[in-house]
Design a protein around this ligand. Structure first.
Ligand SMILES: O=P(O)(O)OC[C@H]1O[C@](O)(CO)[C@@H](O)[C@@H]1O
Length: 448
């Protein structure tokens, strides 16, 4: 494929001709720095965190050499996902890392890192998550204690305030991205800017209320369950049993034949996954949603991305915390046991491609949901396409291929953005700050 073709990417309806695919080929640019500074720093951190043997250390050295001076090499040896990666290659193997799409190059880097540490190889290092030490430190840190304790005061909030608080916790939890913190350095992230650059939260909650209203009250008393962020029961503890929610929501078909089912596509573990789980509990327990499907990664990815092991670790952490966190953790365990909370780890979750290229079974999963909530920056890039979109491109245009209603909760940590008002863009640009990539700004966008 010629360079010009890579920049244009596969043809796409509604994509402005100047929305070129983001590469990493401009020295000193944000994306170039991710490949040339963040990834080498991450290799060093991984080496330091785990006592690898000489073979693993050599493999990490080779990877460092490849990403800094070499071209993109193939996966070596017999590996379970060779066919998948062959099908995901778009002619980038053998090229310079900088010349592949940023999304592709970053994703493949994480796969090669797992190869270097022997994550998929039969032997002593099989299944040893190179990022586990960082995830553990975060999950058992004081910040999580504070967040879990704060749930105790939650029921004092009005239903509208609860909806708002849950959304914002899940949104800003996305700053807890350990890969991103590597670049931020010891001083941590800059202070967040509370006003969102786009805020469709009212649409999100009205879609959720529509689901609830289609069934009976989650309390099973016949009263409407939702009524917007400012109505309905809303209390995570004030609703009915799991069985009550299931029977009430199960009969109706709120969105043209769809059942009351929400997909939440998770991003980071720990400080982000915990508020996501609280939100899921709220949907199941207080909003009458029949079923939630939580999508996680099948293997370690982008440092802190959530896998099944992280879901289990979070539930244990909640139970151990007691109080309201413990109650929520207990309900979520029950929901998993009864099948109301399903966890999926689809291979495509670690694919180096936009969701537009998702396989049929995943498409069906999202198509059968009344709402899919995409968490985080990487999912956003994959949802709208990792391109230099004009920022005023409507979110609905960028996501029109998506098979059902979709919402995005994201802190901005990369260059892509759509769905902004022209005035917002002007004000952000005038600030002179790196608002697209600094993790200081957030957005909630949705289309029904
Ligand atoms: O955890 P998140 O929100 O997906 O963020 C990861 C993001 O960090 C980066 O690796 C660099 O900012 C992005 O490329 C990526 O989208």
């Amino acid at each position: 494929m010629a360079d010009g073709d890579i920049r244009r990417g596969p043809g796409r309806l509604g994509v402005p001709s100047d929305a070129s695919v983001i590469l990493s080929d401009v020295p000193g640019s944000f994306t170039w720095k991710v490949l040339h500074e963040r990834h080498p720093a991450l290799i060093q951190k991984v080496r330091d965190a785990t006592p690898y043997d000489p073979d693993r250390l050599r493999a990490l050295d080779l990877l460092l050499g490849e990403i800094t001076e070499g071209v993109i090499g193939p996966l070596r040896g017999a590996t379970h996902d060779r066919d998948l990666w062959e099908s995901w290659d778009r002619g980038h193997l053998g090229r310079r890392w900088d010349d592949a799409p940023f999304l592709w190059a970053e994703s493949y880097f994480y796969r090669k890192l797992l190869a270097a540490v022997g994550y998929f190889d039969p032997g002593p290092w099989w299944g040893v998550d190179p990022f586990e030490p960082f995830k553990q430190a975060e999950l058992f840190g004081g910040a999580v204690d504070d967040e879990l304790r704060a749930l105790d005061g939650f029921s004092a909030l009005s239903p509208g305030e609860q909806a708002q608080a849950l959304t914002l916790k899940a949104l800003w939890g996305n700053r807890a991205d350990l890969g991103f913190l590597i670049s931020a350095g010891g001083s941590g992230l800059d202070v967040r800017v509370p006003g969102l650059v786009a805020d469709d939260s009212a649409l999100v909650w009205s879609m959720i209320d529509d689901l609830s209203a289609a069934g009976a009250s989650p309390a099973g008393d016949g009263s409407p369950a939702g009524g917007g962020p400012a109505a309905g029961d809303g209390s995570p503890t004030g609703g009915a049993s799991a069985a009550g929610g299931r029977s009430s929501a199960g009969g109706a078909s709120p969105a043209g034949g769809r059942s009351s089912r929400v997909c939440l596509v998770a991003d980071n573990a720990g400080n982000e996954l915990l508020p996501d789980l609280v939100l899921i509990d709220h949907l199941l327990h207080a909003r009458g949603v029949e079923e939630v499907v939580l999508h996680v990664k099948p293997s370690p990815y982008y440092v802190s991305d959530a896998m099944m092991a992280d879901v289990v670790a979070c539930l244990r952490r909640m139970s151990a915390a007691g109080g309201r966190a413990g109650e929520i953790g207990g309900r979520l365990r029950e929901a998993m046991g009864s099948g109301r909370l399903l966890v999926r780890a689809h291979a495509f979750a670690c694919a180096p491609l936009p969701y537009e290229e998702m396989p049929g079974d995943l498409r069906e999963d999202f198509a059968s949901a009344s709402l899919t909530i995409m968490k985080g920056d990487l999912n956003y890039r994959r949802l709208v396409g990792d391109r230099y979109w004009p920022p005023t491109t409507p979110f609905a245009v960028a996501t029109e291929y998506f098979p059902g209603p979709v919402a995005a909760l994201r802190t901005l940590k990369s260059e892509v953005v759509v769905g902004l008002e022209a005035g917002t863009v002007t004000a952000l640009e005038a600030s002179g700050k790196p608002w697209r990539v600094s993790g200081t700004h957030g957005l909630i966008q949705a289309r029904s």
